[in-house]
Design a protein around this ligand. Structure first.
Ligand SMILES: [Zn+2]
Length: 284
């Protein structure tokens, strides 16, 4: 199977009240672990790739890994640019073979964000590529992007509805109280904002910063209309903890497969649990 746009599974997710996970790809082991977990759970999924990860892996390797996963698994897999910062980077990804892109214009004014997002949607739609937009500012740190708590502000439902109507995005990330990276305490998720927006638009909203959100909150967010949930930090933590454990208990190890293998297994467990929690198992 070839890579697909998010429209292959997001409408079904919205209709049947489940969410599809975006699991970020940071290297070969992430790509393999996410695919293995999705095969075991028979689930669609989204490979998220940030601009930082793209620089690290190279765009050709990134696309090749995702295409190989789609071919091998036969699952509906979208390869998605995460937090794309410009029209140019979105186009570069589409030309290279991405099936989906996010344009994050959240640091612009609403008018400018709508205008720039529309330009991306116009080209992407013609190519069969799905687009995620962002409204409001999601706090926390995610590779090159750092937003102070004080600068993070929640999305206003009426603005989100207008944003959808004018841009025609396929899903919409709105700031509802989650944050990128690790939480110090429990997040305060505004389920009422999710509900107010998704009850008025035909596409799902996206929950960024899904790592470390208690299971009950994830279920409530999905019930309120979150149809795509992003997870990266939990896989990074599982990966690094597994490597640290191998290396700290054995200083003779030098074969990378001896610590990357356990790292991969740890990530498979994380992704399988998330897929089951999101309800996308057996939805491929
Ligand atoms: Zn994000």
């Amino acid at each position: 199977m070839a890579l697909v746009s998010m429209n292959e599974f997001l409408p079904k997710a919205k209709a049947n009240k489940f969410a599809v996970g975006q699991f970020n790809m940071n290297n070969l082991e992430f790509a393999q672990a996410i695919m293995d977990a999705a095969i075991a759970e028979n689930s669609p999924f989204i490979y998220g790739v940030s601009e930082g990860a793209l620089k690290y892996m190279g765009i050709e390797n990134t696309v090749a890994l995702a295409e190989a996963a789609a071919k091998k698994s036969g699952l509906p897999i979208a390869l998605h640019l995460d937090h794309g910062s410009s029209f140019e980077v979105a186009m570069k990804c589409i030309r290279a073979g991405f099936s989906s892109v996010m344009f994050d214009g959240s640091h612009y004014s609403l008018e400018e964000n709508i205008k720039l997002t529309k330009e991306v949607v116009k080209v992407a739609k013609e190519m069969g590529v799905s687009v995620e937009g962002e409204l409001g500012t999601i706090g926390g740190v995610e590779d090159d992007i750092s937003v102070d708590e004080a600068d993070a502000h929640l999305a206003k439902p009426e603005e989100a509805i207008r944003f959808y109507e004018e841009t025609g995005v396929d899903c919409l990330a709105i700031a509802v109280g989650t944050a990128h990276g690790m939480y110090a305490g429990e997040p305060n998720i505004h389920f009422d904002i999710i509900e107010a927006v998704t009850s008025k638009i035909p596409v799902p909203v996206v929950l960024h910063g899904g790592s470390g959100v208690p299971d009950e909150m994830i279920k409530k967010a999905i019930a309120a209309g979150a149809g795509k949930i992003n997870v990266n930090t939990e896989n990074q933590v599982a990966c690094t903890n597994a490597i640290r454990e191998v290396l700290s208990s054995n200083d003779k190890v030098y074969d990378p497969r001896k610590y990357l293998g356990p790292a991969k297994e740890a990530m498979v467990e994380v992704v399988r649990e998330k897929i089951k929690l999101f309800g996308s198992n057996n939805q491929a």
